[in-house]
Design a protein around this ligand. Structure first.
Ligand SMILES: Cc1cc2nc3c(=O)[nH]c(=O)nc-3n(C[C@H](O)[C@H](O)[C@H](O)COP(=O)(O)OP(=O)(O)OC[C@H]3O[C@@H](n4cnc5c(N)ncnc54)[C@H](O)[C@@H]3O)c2cc1C
Length: 471
């Protein structure tokens, strides 16, 4: 039957958490673009932030650190909800079987060690446990290689999703629909995000009339391993948390001159400092002070990836650059993850709870994905499913056009809507995007999201957090 009580789009940590909780109430369908594991969640390395030891840490400090990183424009009620519920989220994951290490680590801009991890592949550990649990539930149906094209709407009420599997396009009717489609890092030429992260959820929500916010705040991760792949390998902040430093082409440690917290300064500051130093040559991560045995045991994944690229983490300076990493903005939601459209929820990176404000505090996003996934589980209700046929538009899929348009958009966003922005570049990007009139659905989505990000960046004339304007 093409109907369900709850339709969840996306199988990252947010979607899987929501699915598990909602399956306690009714039938669930998870529709996901690739396989069940493919998502940004899967590649998360450092961990999930939560205060669980009150001898040296407190909710007040996690709250304050989040606001400092977010430049104070965060939604304070949402931040309070996050920090107070994050420990329960980690406990829930632990009970399900996620093998967190005994002691948390410290990451940039956190005043204490509160990042829970399974060494450097925390996202994958969580995804695997959640996916195994989801597969056990009889009332959860999983549709892989199923792409959401649009939300099925009746006036301002969401009644399901228009999905594509292979060549088949159909309406899946649902009582309530949960967008958990992640971010849009792949709209940038250089990113840590996987191919599925092109902002489909944002585009569909926009067409349906959902409120969007803060799209200009695209966080760049300072340290990706230099390479040419579509998804670049991240060198997690926890390397710097454990003592790695950054050096410029002259071999100098430059970050102390930019911020008192040096290597542990907020991400936007570190990214811009690197960008500045790169004007004079390459920038490197240096962890040669550490012992090879320690590095291989503590960072097994990174150790291997660095080796694959031809370097030795314990002996070499590792070339890095900042890349697009995380969308702080998205579909506006409240503490129950409800959007402004009836029966439509959004959770995880696609949502804008207001927690991150102008910039995300490291490791708050996995916490957000689980805390708000659980919140959707609580808020979701079994309601009447409207089976009325939504009209399916005439979609065009043209791979040749996508192969032309996507690189163009990705390069344009990287160059003109990247780490450093100015009016001229933003206007040029807007003009180019307006001129592009693709027919193909995939290209259309990319252009739509690109235009939305550029418009948001033009509206915010002053620099703030991840949005930095030189004019
Ligand atoms: C390399 C890397 C390292 C990171 N490290 C950390 C970390 O240590 N700590 C931390 O807190 N955060 C980290 N982050 C950020 C964090 O991983 C993400 O913000 C978070 O996992 C988002 O979860 P999500 O479930 O919202 O989205 P995702 O995990 O991105 O999942 C989105 C899902 O939606 C699906 N999807 C997309 N479009 C469609 C469509 N049209 N139809 C159907 N399905 C669709 C995708 O296939 C995917 O299954 C990292 C991110 C990356 C990329």
């Amino acid at each position: 039957m093409n109907q369900t009580n709850f339709l969840i789009i996306g199988s990252g940590i947010a979607g899987l958490t929501a699915a598990l909780k909602l399956s306690e109430k009714g039938s669930v369908v998870i529709a996901t673009k690739s396989n069940l594991l493919e998502s940004s969640s899967r590649y998360a390395q450092a961990g999930i932030a939560a205060v669980r030891n009150f001898r040296w840490d407190s909710f007040a400090e996690h709250f304050a650190d989040t606001l400092t990183a977010g430049c104070g424009i965060n939604n304070k009620a949402a931040v309070k909800f996050l920090v107070e519920n994050a420990p329960k989220a980690v406990d829930w994951l632990t009970k399900l079987g996620v093998p967190f290490r005994k002691n948390p680590t410290r990451e940039a801009a956190h005043s204490h060690s509160r990042v829970w991890n399974t060494r450097d592949s925390t996202g994958e550990s969580i995804e695997k446990v959640l996916a195994a649990e989801v597969k056990k539930r009889k009332n959860i149906r999983i549709l892989t290689n199923a792409t959401l094209l649009d939300l099925a709407m009746e006036k301002k009420v969401c009644v399901g999703g228009i999905l594509k599997t292979g060549k088949k396009i159909f309406v899946l009717a649902s009582g309530q629909t949960i967008l958990a489609t992640g971010g849009f890092g792949q709209l940038y030429a250089k990113t840590t995000n996987p191919k599925v992260s092109v902002g489909d959820g944002i585009a569909a929500a926009y067409r349906a009339g959902a409120k969007l916010r803060d799209l200009e705040f695209v966080q760049f991760h300072p340290t990706a391993l230099v390479g040419k792949q579509t998804r670049l390998t991240l060198l997690s902040e926890s390397l710097r948390g454990e003592g790695a430093v950054l050096r410029n082409s002259r071999g100098e440690r430059f970050l102390p001159a930019y911020h008192p917290a040096a290597e542990l300064a907020p991400r936007d500051i570190v990214s811009r400092a690197i960008f500045e130093e790169m004007k004079n040559g390459k920038v490197y991560l240096d962890f040669t002070r550490a012992d090879a045995k320690f590095l291989e045991a503590r960072f097994p994944l990174i150790w291997k990836e660095v080796k694959k690229a031809g370097f030795n983490l314990a002996k070499d300076l590792i070339p890095i650059f900042p890349v697009a990493h995380y969308a702080c903005g998205g579909v506006v939601t409240n503490l129950r993850s409800e959007t402004n459209l009836k029966n439509l929820f959004a959770v995880g990176e696609v949502a804008d709870t207001g927690i991150h404000g102008g910039n995300r505090l490291a490791s708050n996003s996995l916490a957000e994905a689980v805390v708000f996934g659980l919140a959707v589980g609580k808020a979701g209700k079994v309601i009447e499913i409207k089976t009325a046929e939504a009209k399916i538009p005439n979609y065009v899929f043209d791979l040749q056009e996508d192969l032309k348009i996507l690189p163009l958009v990705r390069n344009l966003m990287w160059k003109n809507v990247g780490i450093i922005r100015e009016k001229r570049g933003l206007m040029a990007a807007q003009k180019t995007l307006q001129k592009l009139k693709p027919r193909s659905f995939v290209s259309k989505n990319a252009v739509t999201v690109g235009k939305l990000v550029v418009a948001a960046a033009l509206r915010r004339k002053k620099s703030l957090g991840a949005h930095f304007r030189v004019d």
